[in-house]
Design a protein around this ligand. Structure first.
Ligand SMILES: [Zn+2]
Length: 401
């Protein structure tokens, strides 16, 4: 008995010792390039201690990770990118892994650790933000207001894939494809222009999506998503709008909003990112809000009417929930769940270009119809799809904002 206990104690000591000697392992490394920043993400086998500092002439950023080993190649990063020239590493005494990043411009580095969540391990996130001037140029290039501006928000992106289908199709890719098709149709329509809150595979915090729409003086916000459930047979589109103050009684809608609102945690934001634009955090007057809710309802109904022609519908009337991306918007704002990516048949359709075009066309026609009803666009029977975008510019009637 005594020997047995001794053995157990000795074995556990040995185990603790080898575990600490082995330390952490960098299991994967990913790079996401956004217009205003580049994000480098390291997947880690366990929590680590690290130190970040910069060196000048030439500009370098150095990250020292204590007791860490590299188990992944750096070729997959596909460098250089607009700010990051190259990455190399070496192991120093005491098992310190040193990553050296050669950066092109005087970028602002910012790093943070994320705890494991939704199947993702510990992650070290390094954001390299471009200098303000370059950033302004990149962001404002798309922001010269032209007629009626529609902000199109492709859900998820970068570290946050959104829902993943049984054949591994990712929500973030479907939403971006449909968003781009919708934007193309809008940009062909005289008197209308589109602004994408995301135009690539990178992460954009929810608050930033809202402020991008504001900075563009958008007249409408359309957030695009795809839903998922455990069972494979559920299908169909649904359209959501913001619920009025207080919790919604609809449990399914509430669960969906919680899932979509978790994007910030999965994608990786720090409390610093969550400092919202003062207008976003400000509570808008009841009348203002009610007015935008009424128009959001009208838009959602138009969209459902058109989506019904394009494919299956899950809920025939607009649903309401507290989506962060729709919060405090004083413009008509809806969140569209295109279909269930968890349904293998619908997943295949959602990744099909022609089907994506059909869905984008349904959303486009509803948007045009909405502004016609509001008296801001002259009624025309033809859409950009049927007319090939050759309508006269005088089809637009400004009724003021
Ligand atoms: Zn989503």
């Amino acid at each position: 008995m005594r020997i047995h206990l001794f053995l157990v104690a000795a074995l556990s000591l040995l185990f603790v010792h080898t575990a600490s000697a082995a330390g952490a392992v960098v299991q994967d490394i990913r790079l996401w390039t956004a217009p205003d920043n580049t994000r480098l993400v390291l997947d880690l086998s366990q929590n680590i201690h690290y130190k970040l500092f910069r060196l000048h002439n030439p500009e370098r950023i150095v990250i020292d990770l204590n007791a860490t080993r590299m188990k992944v190649g750096l070729d997959k990063l596909g460098l250089p990118d607009p700010v990051l020239q190259s990455v190399r590493y070496s192991t120093a005494e005491g098992g310190v892994l040193r990553l050296v990043l050669d950066v092109k411009e005087k970028v602002q580095p910012r790093s943070f650790l994320l705890k494991p969540m939704q199947g993702k391990p510990y992650r070290l996130v390094l954001d390299l933000t471009r200098p303000e001037q370059a950033r302004q140029a990149a962001v404002s290039a798309t922001h010269s207001k032209k007629g009626i501006v529609i902000a199109i928000d492709a859900g998820h992106g970068g570290e946050d894939p959104g829902a993943i289908g049984p054949h591994r199709a990712m929500e973030k890719n479907v939403t971006l494809a449909v968003a781009r098709k919708l934007a193309a149709a809008i940009n062909q329509k005289p008197g209308m222009s589109a602004v994408l809150t995301r135009n690539g595979d990178y992460f954009v915090p929810l608050g930033r999506r809202v402020s991008l729409a504001r900075e563009a003086h958008a007249d409408m916000m359309i957030s695009i998503h795809a839903d998922s459930v455990r069972t494979g047979d559920v299908k169909g589109a649904s359209v959501y709008m913001l619920s009025e103050r207080g919790a919604t009684q609809d449990r399914a809608a509430r669960a969906l909003a919680a899932k979509e609102n978790a994007a910030d945690e999965v994608g990786g934001v720090t409390p610093l990112d969550q400092v919202a634009d003062p207008l976003v955090s400000q509570i808008l007057g009841d009348m203002f809000r009610r007015d935008s809710l009424n128009s959001s309802q009208m838009l959602a109904e138009e969209m459902l009417g058109n989506l019904k022609q394009a494919g299956p519908i899950k809920y025939p009337t607009p649903k309401r929930a507290r989506f962060v991306v729709l919060l405090a918007m004083e413009i008509p704002s809806v969140l569209v769940e295109l279909d269930y990516i968890s349904n293998p048949t619908q997943e295949r359709k959602l990744t099909n270009g022609a089907y994506q075009e059909r869905l984008a066309s349904a959303l486009f026609d509803a948007t045009v119809r909405f502004f016609e009803k509001m008296g801001r666009l002259k009624n025309s029977a033809s859409s950009a799809y049927s007319a090939g975008g050759s309508e006269a510019t005088d089809a637009l009637v400004y009724a003021g904002l």
